[in-house]
Design a protein around this ligand. Structure first.
Ligand SMILES: Nc1ncnc2c1ncn2[C@@H]1O[C@H](COP(=O)(O)OP(=O)(O)OP(=O)(O)O)[C@@H](O)[C@H]1O
Length: 362
């Protein structure tokens, strides 16, 4: 049976903030979400992800001055149950005494005007098919696995064809394998429904896998917004560089384009366009090679090899430099890496260096 698709909604957040008892927990959030986009909120615990979601859902009111619009319409005066937004939270329980079908039908039965019985039955069967639970409609939640329960919650959130779906760590309680298979399901459902999704997680891999764009939260503010590739390849700060993927970070100073790291006798490619002052640079481990003498490389840092781990496709070599900084190189599995305890050089091309923060010019 064909799914009745609803085009996703556009969502605009402007200068959104939230205080609790004089304490600001969210400040200056600006975000424009395109119809049908899959947006992930990523950030450490307490960074404001759920608070932002609660404001969008209407479970809490923003501080004065902030604005939210869904398809150009202000949400300010619209109560939560009239926003037409589907919600799945991690601990958003199903009704235990109802069957799967009754749980999914519930939001439709609450709607005014209430759809007729045939429409409700048809929609319930459609979303049961969508989440691959056709055979489970008559079970009660306690007769389902955790993953199946989350799929019922998802079915219940999309049954009334919302144009925006808010998912707060919906896969958080599941084990890794189930989580990964539900991530794929979620991608498929997103494609089939065309609904706009905002997905909250603190799992970077999940964010990279699922999203059209990622919003990185830090201490109640937006740190950076971009596609997974943009954030991974060009992090705007050390925080984003270290939060998304493994990274090697070097702090030092730039003087007339020359990067100097105090206490480390290393070779760094010139940072021609960077102003004099303190600078933090980053290189991803997969761009680092391990060499016995460092000859010929744009960048070469002497290290003591601390560990070498074989992971099938790659070797992960860990080293420590003279300043005590832990460094990682991810090389081809057949690369010749000196044994643990020996001296070696971690090398990379100048083009792989990223400046993640530059201080003010002296
Ligand atoms: N009702 C409330 N009263 C007071 N402070 C609150 C309230 N709700 C949230 N906060 C505070 O707001 C901050 C942001 O919380 P929020 O739940 O948005 O973080 P989060 O990024 O979703 O974290 P997590 O990943 O742990 O869910 C936290 O410091 C939290 O303690």
């Amino acid at each position: 049976m064909a799914i009745e698709t609803a085009r996703g909604a556009a969502l605009d957040l402007h200068d959104l903030g939230k205080s609790y008892g004089g304490l600001k927990v969210l400040e200056g959030v600006n975000l424009n979400v395109a119809p049908g986009e899959f947006i992930t909120f990523l950030g450490p615990s307490g960074s404001g992800k759920t608070t932002t979601l609660n404001l969008i859902a209407g479970f809490a009111a923003p501080d004065p001055g902030g604005r939210m619009q869904l398809d150009g319409r202000s949400l300010a005066e619209v109560p939560a149950h009239k926003r037409d937004i589907g919600v799945v939270f991690q601990n958003y329980a199903l009704f235990p005494h109802m069957t799967v079908r009754e749980n999914i039908a519930y939001p439709l039965k609450q709607r005014r005007p209430r759809p007729d019985r045939a429409t409700i039955e048809r929609r319930v069967e459609q979303v049961l098919t969508l989440v691959h639970l056709e055979a489970y409609g008559d079970r009660r939640p306690d007769q389902l696995s955790g993953g199946q329960q989350q799929r019922v919650a998802l079915a219940r959130a999309v049954v009334f064809e919302p144009k925006l779906l808010l998912l707060d760590e919906p896969l958080g309680a599941l084990d890794k394998r189930l989580r990964e298979s539900l991530q794929l399901e979620l991608r498929r459902i997103h494609r089939e429904l065309g609904v706009t999704i905002i997905f909250v997680t603190h799992d970077q891999d999940e964010a990279l896998t699922l999203s059209d764009r990622i919003v990185v939260f830090r201490e109640g503010a937006v740190e950076q917004i971009g596609t997974p590739a943009e954030l991974y390849n060009n992090p705007g700060s050390e925080f984003v560089a270290t939060f998304l993927g493994d990274s090697n970070i070097f702090t030092g100073t730039v003087d007339a384009g020359r990067f100097v790291r105090p206490g480390v006798d290393a070779r760094f490619a010139p940072l021609a366009t960077v102003a004099n002052g303190s600078v933090t640079i980053m290189v991803r481990p997969e761009n680092v090679t391990v060499s016995a003498d460092g000859a010929g490389a744009d960048n070469a840092v002497p290290v003591t090899i601390e560990d070498v781990v074989f992971s099938g496709a790659t070797l992960r070599a860990e080293g420590v430099d003279a300043a005590g900084t832990q460094l990682i190189a991810r090389t081809r599995a057949d690369a010749a890496v000196p044994p643990v305890g020996s001296r070696a050089w971690f090398c990379w091309d100048g083009a792989a260096t990223r400046v993640v923060s530059a201080g003010r010019a002296k």
